[in-house]
Design a protein around this ligand. Sequence first.
Ligand code: SF4
Ligand code: SF4
Length: 186
Amino acid sequence: MIEYLKDTWLGLYTVLVGMKITFLHLFKPAVTIQYPEVKVELPERVRNRLYVNMDDCIGCDQCSRACPVNCISIETVKSVPGDDLGLTSQGKKKALWVTKFDIDIAKCCYCSLCVWPCPTDCIFMTDVYEFSEYNRNDLIYNFVTLTKEEIEQKKLNYQKFEEEKAAKKAAAPKPAPPPTDTGATN
Ligand code: SF4
Ligand code: SF4
């Protein structure tokens, strides 16, 4: 009988100790948050999803060359006389049409190495960190602002310009050959 009472008390005591710990936690501030309704404040220099402001991109390819995992893919077409590409917000003259600017964010390791060499500060980390997708291809971000037709037109313009330049060069009169030295002396 005494053994039975001792065991009962021990059981109750154990429950009370556990409940005391639970009760004390009621008055401590929570260490978790109700994500996604509540979100943590991000640090100032946080690295998340990349963004490219194409208005300021000059197509120099420096970001792509700096990327250690080759997840940036850029193609450009030279402008031809008469094209007006405008200036960047920092006043740099643009000379290349950017016809492809893709970032495969699924490969990105958020090292930020593409951000530092950009001469116009147009590629940067944003505070967006929720961008999961069902389809992997949806993680390839396309930043080009030109339409397919415009891209084709830019390529054609440049090709035509090169052909005309080559034709002009071929049609230009050849310079007279320098007089040959006969070696005759008086
Ligand atoms: S953050 Fe790093 S891995 Fe991601 S695109 Fe830039 S250079 Fe490449
Ligand atoms: S480094 Fe900057 S300007 Fe040059 S291609 Fe990349 S994003 Fe554009």
